[in-house]
Design a protein around this ligand. Sequence first.
Ligand code: NAD
Length: 486
Amino acid sequence: MALVQENHTLDLSPESSPKTTPSLHEILEKQRTAFRLAGAPDLAHRLASLEKIQRILIDHKDAWAKAISEDFGNRSRHETLMAEIFTSVTSVKHCRKHLAKWMRPKKAPIAMQFKPGRGKIFYQALGVVGIIAPWNYPLQLAIIPVAQALAAGNRVMLKPSELTPRTSELLKQTFADNFSEDEVAVITGGPDIGATFSTLPFDHLFYTGSTNVGRLVMQAAARNLTPVTLELGGKSPVVVGEDCNIDKAIGSITGGKLLNAGQTCVAPDYAFVPAAKLDTFVKAFETTAAKLYPTLAGNEQYTSIVADRHYQRIRGLLDDAKAKGAKILEFNPKNEDLAAQRKIAPTLVLDATEDMKIMHEEIFGPVMPVLTYKTEDEAVEYINAHPRPLALYYFGDNAEARDNVLARTTSGGACVNETLFHVAQEELPFGGVGPSGSGAYHGLTGFKTFSHEKSVFYQSRINGVWMFRPPYGRLFNMVIKTLIGK
Ligand code: NAD
């Protein structure tokens, strides 16, 4: 089958899949055979796997903090403890606590005419799951999907990011120490390995990363009809409501933006503020940023940009915006030279316009354009005219205005009077919508993502189904008329 797409032909036939390196295929085959022979693991085995993951996180917490910091140039140890170790441990503990209940088959209601038949839903392991992870939270975004896939009874092949090589090696080593290769295999390598990895005929492929690579991953998976979960990025807006107390809101907005130096998929990307409150917002951001990070260059709590490529990319967005007339406000309280540490000061961009790259690309750095509005509807219209974001943050206490923005915009998730923290709620499904992703995980949703929900109908010995078989006559006509209602 061939689909014609934008001047080129996309061949989706399985035979046309590129040949993959034998070792990846061999690992997949080994895992598949083990799954076939042993079947899905029981509850006790799954709980033991989750316990091992919890130990991998906790026993090596210092090693994780060191590896991630060295990979970034400097990554705040506190942020690693909070946003990698704590979040992942919480997720694993939640899974351990609820797994028995999640695994139990659920009764499904059966329509009157099919009673006394019964319905049940079984949660079956899929088999072998492929997971591709990014660099920005290189532990959390690898280990939570792995834990959830194992909890659902699968075997896992994980491909972490090449931009955080020490963390990826540590993942490889700690998993090899605790799991056999036919249960969890960590495959390190760059985009070429990622591309090959995504052509493998997994039973499910879970990808976290950029929207552009997400497109390639979905195309590769399509050849095998492998179902995909795509956890992508985008430009997540903040809407500061007309009645918002900026002094109260600014801690969350600034903290959410500067965590991991803005290299967070759900970081506020840009903000909309009432035109009359622009100066107050700018001043409050400057004061708050300086309070959070009084110095930048030698401050171990202020994270570096992960790689030169990303540093240059963010600087390029600022240069482009400046050349096209934007006002760039860099808040560097001690006027330090930051380039050697690959750090970028907290920065606001005013007077940004649609012709600037910064208003189209995900920024993924400590830089925030601030747009103004006269009515909140203008903000809603702007957001709706752009790709659907991963998150949206509304600040304000007017319930009607808040509900208007939430109801009229579509984003993966949202917070009210907060940033980021929807991600930390285990029972709130986490995922994007359209260009910011499809599918979700965390909590029960994650367990279901990595399970097949198998529907089973149990027919009772006495039933009326014979009435629906030919030869159709008067009785059938009467029954169908009653069922249809006319
Ligand atoms: P990336 O897409 O460059 O890389 C992600 C992973 O994909 C890496 O392991 C990489 O090696 C692999 N890869 C690269 N090319 C590939 C290909 N052709 N086929 C298959 N795999 C390939 O993303 P990144 O720069 O590591 O991460 C940043 C992006 O990820 C941002 O857009 C961010 O918003 C997004 N993100 C999303 C979430 C989420 O949960 N929705 C979380 C974190 C990051």
